[in-house]
Write a protein that binds this ligand. Structure first.
Ligand SMILES: C[C@@]1(CC(=O)O)c2cc3[nH]c(cc4nc(cc5[nH]c(cc(n2)[C@H]1CCC(=O)O)[C@@](C)(CC(=O)O)[C@@H]5CCC(=O)O)C(CC(=O)O)=C4CCC(=O)O)c(CCC(=O)O)c3CC(=O)O
Ligand SMILES: NC(=O)C1=CN([C@@H]2O[C@H](COP(=O)(O)OP(=O)(O)OC[C@H]3O[C@@H](n4cnc5c(N)ncnc54)[C@H](O)[C@@H]3O)[C@@H](O)[C@H]2O)C=CC1
Length: 200
């Protein structure tokens, strides 16, 4: 059973084995979340050219040496045998792994997701149908047509002010509940107001 969680990969060593379409997709997502990505593969599709300055590229066959110090590993080679070897090595060395062609051997799977600033919406079918996850993700994307970045940041800052300055639990909950119904403009006014108060 896969438990949904958010894992911090910023500046952490992530290794992706394989240089095909699937590996490329996984690498792009890790880069979006600030990981320190190494890619090991015999061959690479041309798209890797576009991101070659943002990753470490090792053009070689997989050997455990390349992944041994990783925080996370993704096995996305076209060789089932290699993917299995990677899974086994990760298990023995307590490294979390995602095996692109074998959910049973995977410690984690990747959902289909939308990132609008710090607002992240993820959809998973627990591996039953990645295409359904993608379809639902696209449907949800249509109801988030604009950038949430500024809104979620302002909400986060205003929430911090309420938590810091309001010590009455009941009132605090009331204020926090009010915040999520305000639009960006109202929220910014509210933040300014709370910044000027010493207590709420
Ligand atoms: C278990 C999981 C493990 C993991 O990869 O993490 C997994 C496993 C497998 N995928 C397979 C196939 C496809 N996967 C996609 C696409 C995506 N797959 C993703 C995640 C996951 N795929 C995890 C579960 C997600 C969930 O919770 O449901 C997404 C969401 C995220 C991402 O990859 O970043 C991304 C969509 C991103 C987006 O657009 O939003 C497509 C479509 C395409 O490629 O265009 C196809 C072809 C169509 C088909 O087969 O359905 C196969 C068979 C391989 C083979 O046939 O050889 C396996 C292996 C198996 O099923 O055993
Ligand atoms: N989880 C997912 O979302 C999906 C997973 N898959 C599975 O993912 C795997 C990869 O799929 P694609 O990227 O389409 O394949 P691909 O054939 O385009 O790429 C495979 C890559 O693996 C490399 N490779 C093969 N053996 C290797 C070894 N011993 N050491 C290092 N690199 C090696 C090749 O050089 C190539 O770059 C397949 O097993 C496929 O079944 C396929 C579709 C989606």
């Amino acid at each position: 059973m896969f438990y949904p969680m958010m894992i911090n990969v910023k500046n952490k060593k992530v290794s992706v084995v394989g240089g095909g379409r699937v590996a490329y997709r996984k690498v792009k997502t890790f880069l979006k979340y600030g990981a320190d990505v190494k890619v090991i593969s015999i061959n690479f599709i041309n798209k890797f050219e576009k991101i070659k300055d943002k990753i470490e590229i090792i053009k070689d066959k997989y050997t455990p040496e390349y992944i041994k110090n990783s925080f996370l590993v993704v096995a996305a080679t076209s060789s089932k045998e290699t993917n299995e070897k990677i899974a086994l090595f990760c298990k023995e060395n307590k490294i979390l792994c995602n095996i692109a062609d074998d959910i049973q051997l995977s410690d984690f799977i990747v959902p289909s997701s939308i990132k609008k600033g710090d607002l992240i919406v993820s959809v998973s079918t627990s591996g039953k149908s990645p295409l359904l996850a993608r379809k639902i993700r696209k449907e949800i994307e249509e109801i988030f047509p604009y950038e949430y970045d500024d809104y979620v940041n302002t909400l986060g800052e205003t929430r911090r002010l309420v938590i810091e300055k309001c010590k009455d639990e009941k009132r605090k909950n009331k204020l926090l509940n009010e915040l999520i119904d305000l639009d960006l403009e109202e929220l910014k006014k509210r933040r300014e107001k709370y910044e000027d108060c010493s207590r709420l």
